[in-house]
Design a protein. Structure first.
Length: 182
């Protein structure tokens, strides 16, 4: 994600520089008397520069980048959740993660799966042709639709697929409440 943010930030700067360069050349050609002089082009350029400076001063460009990176430091795990008459089943593909690097916890009606996928070799960013795999910490929390027997939950990792089986609580009741008009 950090690589994406760097590329996005670089692209954003290239677009700004190209726009400024284009407007500067338009102003130069106009000042050389090639066409009628249009002050709005120069005004737009000055407005862009003023806006960019004020934006950096107010929010701090570095602070905003740090905020974005902190927001995306942990990847979100993709999951499938389905049920049978007596259990809930959660499946997720987490290839490249060892069982000891996975933490599964349940708190009331919330199931949380956390883990970390380590990159085993360090590759320079400039050597990548494609970089789509996520490396680093990930997690996913879901609210369970029914009560489960927490002490009977099982988890298995096979061929890069994590399967968590949560037996439904037998004493869970579904109560229907009739709504009356007042």
């Amino acid at each position: 994600m950090k690589n994406f943010l760097k590329k996005f930030s670089g692209l954003e700067k290239k677009i700004k520089n190209a726009t400024i360069s284009k407007r500067s050349s338009q102003i130069e050609s106009l000042e050389d008397g090639e066409d009628e002089y249009d002050a709005s082009t120069e005004d737009e350029l000055e407005e862009d520069e003023e806006y960019e400076e004020s934006e950096e001063e107010e929010s701090g460009e570095e602070n905003s980048k740090e905020w974005l990176q902190k927001d995306f430091e942990e990847g979100q795990l993709s999951i499938d959740v389905f049920q049978t008459p007596d259990k809930l089943i959660v499946k997720s593909t987490i290839a490249g993660v060892k069982p000891e690097d996975i933490d599964i916890s349940i708190n009331n009606d919330m199931l949380t799966i956390r883990g970390k996928r380590d990159m085993y070799e360090e590759i320079k960013d400039e050597d990548y042709l494609y970089k789509e795999c996520y490396w680093g910490s990930f997690s996913r929390s879901i609210i369970l639709p029914v009560e489960v027997e927490a002490d009977k939950i099982e988890a298995f990792l096979e061929n890069g697929v994590l399967t968590v089986t949560l037996p439904k609580a037998k004493n869970a009741k579904q109560i229907s409440i009739k709504v009356r008009e007042k």
